[in-house]
Design a protein around this ligand. Structure first.
Ligand SMILES: Cc1ncc(COP(=O)(O)O)c(C=O)c1O
Length: 388
């Protein structure tokens, strides 16, 4: 059946119909009052979602653009940067910093592991006072479905005076995140994830301390320059022509999100994660990440012995019109990943689990038909998670 595709990848994610309709409207002038009103409303709601009063800039760029902007506006060649790397995207942040001439030290762990407070404490103790300029870290590492314990790590980093630069591309609007309470200086996210709109926009939240770093930063930049963005923000607009239609859609999506409430959104994601994980385990499949550091946005699953990841993905697509993701880089064909972020409901988890069960049975994996539904209900009951 055509047009029944369902994305269960970690982004792009499904888009609500009313948001698609907003996207389909004629473009409006980006210097009009009408646009400014929509833009300001979106900005205020972006602050609400991240629990912050910091300025937020909307770039017409994907998440990587916002990551690069964070580095380009703060880091001078030779600055010492510590990068916490738990997968592909943590590595990307480190690589961008290196490209801009930073002296980068990395803490790396095995795929599926998070970075521990002990590791960070030990590494931080090796810097002289005031020597470390910034720490880059990923909240939810999309390549592994692992989340770093940011509530423990960030206060330790703050004590050193270093800037905290966090990639929240698949955590913001999915996992609990209080930007101001934690004191995150540079926080980046992207539109095609928890924000329920297509790819093409990214967001960067900038603290006063990050602005102070910008004032001392000699690295040249133009498109992503915070001075330009801040000046335009004071006039309720963007410095350059933005993707107007995506911003109209963003405002619509944010209205839906703020109506649900950010805390309700993050508890929904916990429920989706926990019920999905219970169903997967009921099929006898192993997960890459322990419960203690599981992301609420993505789950990485090992295929059963003798069944290839490409065959699993092909069966999902052919039989169920469902798209699940492969592993990335060294995890390619070693794991598959199911995304459950953004416009995802309990019904989608049940559908995803039933499809997974059917795919497994079809590919010859020994499991009991109906196991996922039983596990789903058991998880709800045991964890006292209230569905729907
Ligand atoms: C955690 C994380 N960081 C950064 C990115 C890069 O974002 P983009 O592909 O939008 O440039 C992604 C994309 O999947 C991501 O998941």
């Amino acid at each position: 059946m055509k047009e029944k595709d369902f994305l269960m990848i970690p982004g792009p994610t499904p888009v609500p119909e009313s948001v698609l309709h907003a996207l389909a409207k004629h473009p409006i002038g980006h210097r009009s009052k009408e646009f400014s009103d929509i833009f300001c409303s979106a900005n205020a709601k972006l602050q609400e979602i991240a629990k912050t009063k910091n300025d937020v800039f909307i770039y017409t760029a994907s998440g990587t653009g916002a990551m690069e902007a964070g580095i380009a506006n703060t880091i001078n060649p030779g600055d010492k940067v510590l990068s916490l790397v738990i997968g592909v995207f943590g590595q990307r942040f480190a690589d961008i910093a290196k490209l801009y001439g930073a002296d980068v030290t990395e803490i790396k762990v095995n795929p599926g592991e998070a970075i521990s407070p002990e590791q960070v404490k030990e590494k931080l103790s090796q810097y002289k006072e005031g020597e470390l300029k910034a720490v880059t870290l990923t909240h939810s590492e999309t390549s592994t479905g692992t989340a770093n314990p940011i509530e423990k790590l960030i206060p330790m980093i703050k004590e050193t005076g270093a800037l905290v630069m966090m990639d929240a591309v698949t955590s913001l609007a999915c996992m609990p995140l209080n930007c101001d309470e934690l004191g995150i200086d540079v926080l980046v996210s992207g539109s095609q994830k928890g924000f329920m709109i297509p790819p093409g926009l990214s967001f960067i939240y900038v603290s006063e301390k990050a602005y102070a770093a910008k004032a001392e930063c000699k690295t040249p930049n133009y498109y992503f320059c915070w001075n330009q963005a801040k000046k335009a923000l004071a006039n309720d607009t963007t410095p350059w022509t933005p993707n107007v239609n995506l911003i109209v859609a963003l405002e619509k999506a944010l209205t839906i999100m703020c109506d649900e409430g950010i805390d309700n959104i993050t508890s929904r994601h916990v429920r989706l994660r926990d019920t999905l994980r219970a169903g997967i385990r009921a099929l006898g499949l192993k997960l890459l990440t322990d419960d203690s550091s599981a992301s609420s946005a993505i789950t990485a699953i090992y295929p059963p012995e003798g069944i290839a990841v490409p065959d699993i993905r092909a069966a999902f697509k052919k039989d169920w019109n469902m798209i699940v993701a492969n592993g990335q880089k060294e995890l390619k064909d070693k794991i598959f990943r199911m995304g459950h972020l953004g416009f995802v409901a309990d019904r989608d988890i049940l559908t995803g689990l039933s499809a997974l069960e059917s795919v497994m049975i079809k590919l010859g994996h020994k499991c009991e038909a109906g196991a996922t539904l039983a596990a789903y209900h058991k998880a709800l009951e045991e964890k006292q998670l209230c569905a729907i």
